[in-house]
Design a protein around this ligand. Structure first.
Ligand code: 5GP
Length: 174
């Protein structure tokens, strides 16, 4: 907390506009599909709630907890906690992430869900930091904003569990 500075990066109004567009695209793409939306906890919870309230399709909803970040650097290892309860076999799964950075979380989630034989598996992320990518092949299907390599907090994103409550997204500097 001490010596941490917040610089406004994305206002809630801009975020809301983009989330509405994404919800429109997803609704169009998944009409007449058996959609399961999976929220990746904890960071995606603001985005997830705002997104699902704007959908015009009726998905099944579930959650998975993933952790990879230690303070401001990736540990290079991702652990998933199985809070997931929906059967996804034969269903169209769309994973909802807050941010893709190195892509390790994405890869771990893809492996986890692929084994459960969904009809399709796609990923939507609010923020994409492509400069940090360690796996070339990773390309999310829906992206809210492409962002630079800065540490972002707010709108669900944290630094040691703080700042998640902020309605806007900020750059955190120390
Ligand atoms: P990856 O596995 O792609 O490196 O990292 C994905 C996870 O790292 C995200 O779900 C998020 O929890 C965390 N992360 C990556 N970049 C940032 C950032 O700029 N700010 C915050 N708060 N978390 C980040």
């Amino acid at each position: 907390m001490k010596n941490q500075r917040l610089e406004l990066f994305l206002e809630q109004r801009k975020i809301a506009e983009r989330v509405a567009q994404l919800a429109q695209n997803i609704s169009a793409d998944y009409q007449d599909k058996d959609l399961v939306l999976v929220c990746v906890l904890k960071g995606a919870f603001f985005f997830f709630v705002d997104l699902i309230r704007r959908l015009t399709v009726t998905p099944l909803i579930d959650f998975v907890a993933a952790s990879s970040y230690h303070r401001q650097g990736s540990m290079g290892r991702v652990s998933l906690s199985p809070v997931f309860s929906t059967s996804i076999r034969g269903r169209d799964v769309l994973i909802i992430e807050d941010i893709i950075d190195t892509g390790l979380t994405y890869r771990t989630l893809t492996n986890y869900f692929s084994l459960r034989e969904p009809a399709s598996l796609r990923l939507c992320t609010l923020l994409d930091k492509p400069s940090e990518r360690r796996t070339e092949l990773i390309q999310p299907d829906y992206v809210g904003f492409v962002v630079p390599d800065r540490f972002l907090v707010g709108y669900g994103l944290d630094c040691d569990e703080r700042y998640r409550e902020l309605p806007d997204i900020h750059i955190l500097t120390t």
